[in-house]
Structure formats: C-alpha cells, structure tokens
Write a protein that binds this ligand. Sequence first.
Ligand code: HDE
Length: 706
Amino acid sequence: MASRPSVPKPPSPASEPARLHDLTLRRGSGGEYHQIAEGGAPTMTTAQGAPVADDQNTLKVGQRGPLLIEDFQFREKLFHFDHERIPERVVHARGYGAHGYFETYDSLAQFTRANIFQRAGEITPAFVRFSTVAGSKGSMDLARDVRGFAVKLYTQEGNWDLVGNNMPVFFIQDAIKFPDVIHSVKPEPDRAFPQAQSAHDTFWDFISLTPESMHMVMWVMSDRAIPRSFRFMEGFGVHTFRLVNAQDQSTFVKFHWKPKQGMQSVLWNEAVKINGADPDFHRRDLWGAIQAGDFPEWELRLQLFDQDFADGLDFDVLDPTKLVPEEILPPVPVGRLVLDRMPDNFFAETEQVAFMTQNVPPGIDFSDDPLLQGRNFSYLDTQLKRLGSPNFAQLPINAPKCRFANFQQDGHMAMRNPTGRAIYQPNSFGIGPREDPARGFRSYPAQEVGPKSRLRPESFADHYSQARMFFHSQTAVEQRHIVNALAFELGRCEVPAIRLRMLAHLRSIDETLAVAVGDALGVSELPEAATPAVPVRDLPPSPALSILQNSRGTFAGRKLGVLFANGFDAALLAELNAAMTAEGAMVELIAPTVGGALSADGTQVAAHYAVAAGASVLFDAVCLLMSRSGAEALCREVAAVDFVKDAFVHCKFIGFSEGAVPLLSTAGVLPDADEGMVELASGSPQGFVDSCRRLRLWSRELGSGA
Ligand code: HDE
C-alpha cells in the first residue's frame, strides 16, 4: 500500500506568526514548510507558497508566444513589482537610519516620571533616522540643508519620538507657514528644478519676505548645513518641552544631542565635489563605521528651567526661532545614545519608520510652542498618506516593544486585532484592557485663558538679535564661510530685487556681513537696512555655537586616504596604518589602478580605489607614498593631480614621501608650503597623526583667498 504523504504541521501557537519570508528562510530547519532545493537553498515560491519551477520564462503558446493570462506566477510577480513604491516623505525624503540603544546615567525622578529616566543604567532600544529636508529620495547627501535627527526610543511605557534637527532653531514661528517655506525651497513648480537646493529665487524670495527666518538662515548658511558625517553633528529637539514628575510638577526642557566624535563639516567646494564623487557619502560613512564596529555615540544633555527663569529671558521660550545659550544655561548630561546595528532591510525599517512628535510617554509633555502644536497634527496625518493604513503602528519598526492593548481593529493590513467578544469599554464581560489613572498619560494641567485670535505674540518680535549673536559667535574662518555661502546662494537668484531685500536684512544683522556679501555680489550700493520691529540687541557671543571652537582634538572616526604608486615604502605604509588604527581612524588606499602598486621591496599591495574613483574629498587627510618614477607616471593623470590640489585647497594635512615631490609640483603645491605639509619617512608617522588631530589647517584658507 502506498504510504500517505506527510502533512505539514501547523506552526505552534506560541511561535511567532508564520510570515512568507519566515517560511522560506527561518523555519526551514524543521523542514515542514517547504522543500529544500538542490544545494540546500530554500525553494522559491509564489507569495501564496506554491513552489516555482521556472523563474526565467513566462508561460507562452509555443516557444515564441503569445503569453498566457493564466500565468499567475508572472502576474503576481509583476503586480507586486508595480506596487513597490510608496510616496516619499513630503520633507526629509532622503534619509538613513540605524538601530542602537539609549543608556540612562542617573535617575531624573525629581523632574520626570518618564520610565526611561527612573533608573541609572537603564537600556532602552532606539532607532535613529538622519535626513536632508528639501531633496527627494534619490538626491545627493551633501546638499546645503538642515539635517533631520529623528530618534525613536522604545521605552517601557510607550514610544518616545524626539523628532529633531541638527540646528536648534527653525525658519518659522507658526505651523501655518510650514507649507509655504517648504514650497519655496522645493523645485520651482513650472520648471521642476533645482533639486535639493536652496540657491534659487523662490526660497530667497520667501525668506527675504519673512524676517522671523533670519536666525535660522544664518545657521543654514553656516558650515552646520554641510556636515562631514551624520556622526559629527549635534542634534536638537528645537522646541521647549516639559518634563512632568509624579507630583505633576512641570519643568521646561530643551533637548541636545552632543556627538562624542566632536563636530566637523566640509567646505562648500568640497561638498560640491563629494556630491559627484560619492552622492551617498553620508550613508556610506554611517554604514562603514557601524560595520567596522566604530559605533557612533551622542550624549543627551538637557537644559532644564522653570517659569521664573523663562520670564527672566529677553525672548520667549515658546518661540522656535530662539535658543537658550548654553553659556547662560549649561545643558546637563543625562544619558548616551549608541548606534550599533544597521537595519536588515532599508525599506522595512528606514523607509517605513513613522516618527511623530505626539509620541510621548507619561512624564514628557508639550509646551505651547505654536510650531510644536502644529507638528502634533501633521505627523500622524502624514503617516496615513505615506504608509497607507491606520495600522502603520503594527509594523515591527513602529510597534512599541512594551506590552500594548486597546480596542482598535480592522483597517488595511490589520495584523493584530483585539480578541474576544466585547471590543468596547465599559463592558460587563470583563474583557479587554482598562485605563490606569495612576500609570497612564496625564496632560500637564496648564492654565490656558484668552480670546481666540490669529495673532503673533509681541514676545516673538525680535528677529535679528539672535541672528547677530550667531554670526558674532563664529570664528573668522566660519564667518567667511557664511559670507561665501550667502554670496553663492544669492548669486544664483535671477531677480536682483530679491538679492537687495536680503542685503537689507543682513545690514540689520551685522553691517560687516552685509558689506562683505554685497562686495561678493558686486552690489555697488547697499540698500537701506531693514527696519526691525524691535531694536536689535548686542548679545554676548556664545562660543558653543561655533564648530571650530569646540574641536575635540582627535582624528578618531576620521579617514586617511593614502595615494600610493610603484616604489612606495611598504614599511612606512604599515607604520601609518598602525598609527592611524591606534588613533581610532580608518585608512583607505588609492593607487593608479585597483590592482595596486609594487613597493620598493617588491611587494604588490592592492588598493581600495583607482585614483579616478578615490578623490581626496572623500578623506579627512591624505598621504602620498611613491618613488619619483611612480610620481612622474601619476603626473599625467588628471585625477591624481586633482587629488593633491583639492587636498591642499581644502586645508587638509598632507603627508608625503620624498619621491612624491614631482606630483606635488605638478599640482602647484610646495612641499614646504606650510605646517600642513609633512614629509614622511619610516619611523615618523606619529607626528603626522598628531597634526591630523587639528583636522584642517585653516590658516591656509585665509592665506590663499580660497
Ligand atoms: Fe517635520 N515633518 N515638520 N520638522 N520633520 C516631517 O513627517 C512638519 C519641523 C523633522 O526621519 C513629516 O513622517 C511641520 C521641525 C524630521 O522620518 C511631516 C512642521 C523639526 C523629520 C512634518 C515641521 C522637524 C520630519 C514628513 C512645522 C525639527 C523626518 C514625513 C510645524 C525639530 C522624520 C514625516 C523621519 C518629517 C511636518 C517642522 C524635524 C510632514 C508641519 C521644527 C527630522 O509630518
């Protein structure tokens, strides 16, 4: 008698629900769900689980067609492909995320009952997405733009999303202006360009008609808008929030993320070239660092204050175009965020993650900042559009990691419906979750009175004093970059009246700034200064706002690019590599071809890049190791000459062996031009590493007029 075919066993109820890809990839060891093809790979199936015999050819009549509509396998495959795209985010479309954790230093129970801040050493899983704002999903990483810094903390009392930026202020004071500022910066609708750029008429038209944006514009024209890496930028919650403790007492709070790696930006000329050499520069950097085990880390610091402190300030803490200088109120470290794992799948995690400002756990609450209040509407709304179903919170990347229970049911793609007969409260069946007044979220009972109105508070009226403070807080090098950025951006505006309107604002911020930008634009006569609504005040500079005044004096986390050619000193290369590794830096090798080059002692060393693909803009410092004849051969390669020229003009430290001098000469760089040129010989690399800790030799830029 023929034996009965074995029947696949159903999954045990305790196991995770069987998903298509689990069936194929994870539950294969039991053998219940699918056959294993020859070679041990799981058998390909349709989405319905039918094994696929031929994935190379459609079902046809004869050999040459026509196709048959009964080919369900082909139709399913194309149907799914046709629907792969979802709408990109209307802002912050281009982003990159990573997993990690937050570690609480000490209990903050005095200020908040938020579960995440109750116990020293508490570890909370986190997901962070960095982004640019204006560009679409496929735009380049080094656009001059604000960077999003969105953190999802999966706390034991619900997800807390701190949806911040790498700048502590914003363009507008009221959420009703958000579509306007974004429409102005996005590609102009009639011509559909420029992509991922603020350097065009509509952006500057809007800005020049919106004095409240002046402070933010100074940030966006500064080097903060062209960071070297996501790893080297600060993050800010921007708005004033509240912490609320168990006694329902409120403390105002501003959130700051401080990178352990220090801050660093690139030059504009470099950014433009990076966008060509590697449009994914920031993505690749985060990916590379995490894969190499060099986990980026930020410290969370809080500025905590009460109403009396707020009343004593000369601006309104509800105004998102203002910051509280760290010198007035130093932020207190309360924990650290570490990113240590890349997503398994970009779409499932980074693309489908849904950040929402309204995701706050008990103990964290909102202030009346009108921008924040508006955001609390927008983020939920946008998720429905983008993810297509009210069940987006059931996606693994969005689902809380604590227990959750409610009576929400059905809708597209419902994967987790309530069980039992009664899905309402109150019910007398004793079914389902109940409220918990003691543990549950209670809004801070702020007293709110006043007539309904559409008014901007008078306390929001000073648009220039902090813009001026920001400019005065920068070093001469950084101020010069701001001037150059404004001249570049306004120079790309075609309407002269827009340039002049901006110059009028700049005069109200700082006269020397306006004159420098006016000169760079070739404007012979500056317009009258804009008339501020309230007198501009001369605030003390805040050194915390400068990148260069806060250098950490380390090359850790940075990258050295070594251009080497035949006849190089292999021992010197090994020493450099060892010294850089000890510093916590990475070394990548560039040679005439990826095949590498032959050392003086006859060893062939392979390269990471051919010189045409390994531009020096991709590195923080460079070395040139080669014999004279190796250098002479490279002198004929434009990419090799540009490598040296760019590294010099971008103020990078350049280590070189004596043999590289012909290449330096062809690039127009004197071997003893300045202290940034370091001749290397075997036994000497540590001195070069020490120099690299300064990151850039800025005096070179001022000297060269670059
Ligand atoms: Fe956003 N913002 N925003 N924003 N924002 C979005 O939500 C919005 C603002 C920020 O990586 C959208 O899921 C309004 C300030 C980040 O997924 C949308 C206003 C700050 C991200 C939205 C602001 C931010 C977003 C689009 C003015 C810094 C990316 C996609 C009232 C504190 C999050 C989405 C991610 C994304 C609305 C202003 C940061 C449309 C209405 C201020 C980092 O909901």
